[in-house]
Design a protein around this ligand. Structure first.
Ligand code: IPE
Ligand code: IPE
Ligand code: MG
Length: 251
């Protein structure tokens, strides 16, 4: 059988993929193990999708790793997730460098434990000149929190006469989001069968194609990613226009 990757059209690879990595806890439970066992095994899937994106030339990959709401989980689970983050960042730096991957983070990073913050800042700094793939981790991220921040920051500028109210437009809002340096999301994937956004990139997903996979995150592999991308490539993104207008552009 032909390798699934060979069915991907090189000229229609999504520029920015965002993934809600969900189902770690259920994966562990099915195996009779504690939830954190699922988180630990989720790291393999993270490596796989990063590698897969590299192979087909995706420019931006954003991973939802920890939401503002996840702070409300049992303390031990939060603690384990934070330690896992520190050890993964330490371990993966070499691979990021080797593969020319630039690390970026979005979210209320100040809420993260100091150890995580130090490691994160270091890896971001060390990989800042890499150019192949921008890997963004959404950490302590919530879209509503992000929007509140945008409104506060723009309001301050209005009060200080740096921006006039009439000047506020989509571009200015974009430039104040945590994602200011990233393009719009083209393709959003959520694993584990849940069909919701869970406070992820509400503004940025405005015209993203959505894909929901039943696979639990620790089982997600490159092939699952490629299958999702083939599905994406068979869709017509109309952006409000009609089919005939889109065909003309593609001619
Ligand atoms: C996703 O898996 C990882 C995080 C939210 C940190 P979950 O931990 O949500 O796993 P389920 O959804 O309970 O199975
Ligand atoms: C969303 O998953 C957050 C991450 C994947 C980091 P959750 O498991 O926290 O979302 P809900 O609670 O099912 O909506
Ligand atoms: Mg979940």
């Amino acid at each position: 059988m032909k390798d699934i990757k060979s069915y991907i059209a090189e000229n229609k690879v999504p520029n920015h993929i965002a993934i809600i990595m969900d189902g770690n806890g259920r994966w562990a439970k099915l195996k009779g193990k504690p939830r954190v066992f699922g988180h630990k095994n989720g790291v393999t899937a993270v490596r796989e999708v990063i590698e897969g994106c590299g192979e087909i030339g995706v420019n931006y990959l954003t991973l939802y790793a920890f939401s503002t709401e996840n702070w409300n989980r049992p303390a031990l689970e939060v603690k384990t997730l934070m330690s896992l983050l520190v050890s993964s960042l330490k371990k993966e730096l070499k691979t990021l460098q080797k593969n020319n991957i630039k690390l970026n983070a979005i979210g209320n990073i100040n809420l993260l434990p100091e150890k995580v913050n130090i490691e994160l800042t270091e890896v971001i700094e060390k990989t800042k000149n890499n150019t192949a793939l921008t890997l963004t981790l959404a950490l302590s991220y919530g879209s509503r929190d992000e929007i509140v921040n945008v409104i506060r920051n723009i309001s301050k500028k209005v009060v200080n006469n740096q921006i006039k109210i009439e000047e506020i437009n989509e571009n200015i809002i974009n430039n104040h989001l945590y994602t200011f340096s990233l393009p719009d999301v083209d393709f959003m994937i959520r694993t584990s069968g849940e069909k919701r956004i869970s406070n992820f990139l509400l503004w940025q997903l405005a015209y993203a194609e959505m894909y929901f996979s039943d696979t639990l995150w620790p089982d997600f592999r490159k092939e699952n990613l490629f299958e999702a991308i083939i599905d994406y490539q068979n869709r017509e993104r109309r952006f409000g226009k009609i089919s005939e207008q889109i065909e003309k552009i593609n001619e």
